[in-house]
Ligand binder design. Structure first.
Ligand SMILES: [Ca+2]
Ligand SMILES: [Ca+2]
Length: 515
């Protein structure tokens, strides 16, 4: 019952809480400012450190710094009462040299102390390789150094602000950020306890070569217009959708798809139309599905897996544009445009690939017999291809790597080749490195797959509670509703329809080794 004594106690409690909040706020302000004086690490300069208002969430401590010679970084630290005790470093998606503010804000909203680097250069656009123009230091900063030195500086920032180091540290990256993630596991195995990566540009020098290969195949009479892609998609899915046991608009295991453009497409007779393909276009398609070869016929880089031709969902931030084919922009492009992958590859060849930079480099002169060897010195700096992860394993690190099967930016087989090389080098990776292929997903996008998968939670559970990742459940969302679930299996197993039960339920699927 409420009485005056209870009222008095309640008032006192409220006053104490308010006083504690005021005291905490003063502590947070002081601790945030203390970072400017308290962090003393060679080559690291703190520029500012202050409490700022969150755009929609609570206040946080924002730190801006630089590391010699020219690596910019920022950290966003939740106030002590909001912190989950962990450090989360975000990636640099695309190859742009920018602080990744969007991902930092997301990590901070989950309670993590978040950090991002600009990779040592400042560029407003993805795929801008001008940082490498006569500048080996910036190539090294981009290649592998910037994430490592930022992680070290931010560990000190965290300790100064909270009075203790983070209990656990994570790096999360996709695409170009997947390359950064693998670099960390290979070169700086003690930086992070957990690494989550997807669709990595792990051998970026070869991926740029693949961009030139596609551009060459599709130039001149090989050009394929976006208007022809629906006919291509239909032919691929007519041929291959059902071979996984379920005709559902998803090709679960593309290597089993024997789609042959010459045999399965309608060839143009006299006139060209959106529904038929010329002999030159079929030759271009064969090059794209097959991969990069030199004149001896040796495969230098894997080709495009079938399945991405179809129309599927874009990433949430591009959802306004509506669904589109996975081939748009990453394979085919509107007539008169320059393909995005050619812009990336051309800039890389001008400023980064070779020992001598050449702003006037003509990409059509790239020689698939002799030029791959000319990129060897740069590959040592930018490619994350070392299959020996024993130091990462020994340090207790855990890593989850996934690749969507309908990715058109980075061929999924490129990830398979790396994982297989690690297994060949080290034997089983089960105690520290798990790899998953997800049917139907596009590059960083749901595509037609059930790609809503709790990757980060699974990694955190492995790192902190020792719970090994096994079979996972992927959800397909439409209008934020789950319309389908699928079993996501550790490679080399694949989710296979059991033969009975609803085909939209993971319950009807089992993880099985490939035949
Ligand atoms: Ca250069
Ligand atoms: Ca299917």
């Amino acid at each position: 019952m409420f009485n005056s004594r209870n009222g008095l106690l309640l008032c006192m409690a409220l006053i104490l809480t308010l006083w504690a909040n005021v005291a905490n706020a003063a502590n947070d302000r002081g601790a945030c400012k203390q970072i400017l004086y308290g962090v003393s690490r060679p080559n690291v300069t703190l520029i500012s450190s202050k409490i700022v208002a969150g755009d929609r969430g609570p206040e946080f401590c924002r730190v801006v710094g630089t590391i010699l010679p020219d690596v910019g970084f920022e950290a966003e630290l939740p106030l002590a009462s909001d912190w989950n005790g962990r450090f989360y470093m975000v990636d640099n998606a695309g190859s742009g040299g920018r602080i990744n503010a969007r991902r930092m804000a997301r990590a901070r909203a989950m309670g993590y102390a978040a950090a991002s680097t600009d990779q040592g250069y400042d560029s407003p656009s993805e795929g801008d390789s001008r940082y490498g123009y006569n500048n080996r230091q910036k190539e090294i900063d981009f290649g592998f150094r910037s994430v490592h030195v930022t992680a070290g500086a931010v560990e000190d920032v965290i300790e100064t602000f909270y009075g203790s180091r983070a209990a656990y540290s994570y790096f999360v990256g996709g695409s170009a950020g997947g390359r950064q993630a693998l670099m960390e596991a290979q070169r700086f195995p003690q930086d992070f306890d957990g690494i989550l990566l997807s669709a990595p540009t792990l051998n970026i020098s070869k991926i740029q070569m693949w961009g030139l290969w596609k551009a060459k195949a599709l130039s001149g009479s090989g050009y394929i217009s976006p208007e022809q892609v629906p006919a291509l998609a239909k032919a691929v899915y007519d041929r291959c959708d059902a071979i996984d046991g379920v005709e559902d608009g998803v090709i679960d295991h593309p290597p089993a798809c024997d789609f042959d453009p010459e045999q399965h497409l309608t060839m143009c007779a006299d006139t060209e139309s959106a529904d038929c393909f010329t002999a030159a276009q079929v030759a271009a398609l064969n090059k794209i599905y097959d991969g990069v070869r030199n004149s001896k016929g040796e495969l230098l880089f894997p080709g495009q897996s079938p399945g991405a031709e179809i129309v599927g969902d874009q990433p949430p931030w591009m959802a306004m544009q509506g669904p589109k084919s996975g081939w748009l922009d990453w394979v085919v492009y509107p007539k008169g445009d320059t393909a995005r992958y050619l812009v990336f590859a051309h800039a890389f060849m001008k400023y980064t690939a070779f020992d001598e930079d050449d702003p006037d480099y003509d990409w059509t002169t790239f020689d698939f017999d002799t030029d791959p060897a000319r990129m060897a010195a740069m590959a040592e700096i930018v490619d994350a291809v070392d299959p020996d992860l024993s130091a990462f394993e020994a340090s207790g690190g855990k890593m989850i790597h996934y690749h969507h099967w309908a990715d058109t930016a980075i061929p999924p087989v490129n990830s398979i080749n790396y994982y297989d090389a690690v297994v060949e080098t080290m034997g089983s990776t089960d105690d520290f490195y798990r790899f998953y292929l997800v049917p139907g997903g596009f590059h960083g996008a749901p595509g037609v797959g059930a790609t809503n998968i709790p990757w980060l939670d699974t990694l955190v559970d492995w790192v902190e509670n020792g719970k090994e990742p096994g079979e996972l459940i992927g959800e397909r969302l439409e209008n934020r509703q789950v319309v389908r679930t699928r079993r996501v299996c550790p490679y080399p197993q694949i989710g296979t329809y059991s033969g009975s039960g609803p085909t939209d339920s993971a319950e009807s699927f089992v993880c099985k080794a490939r035949d």
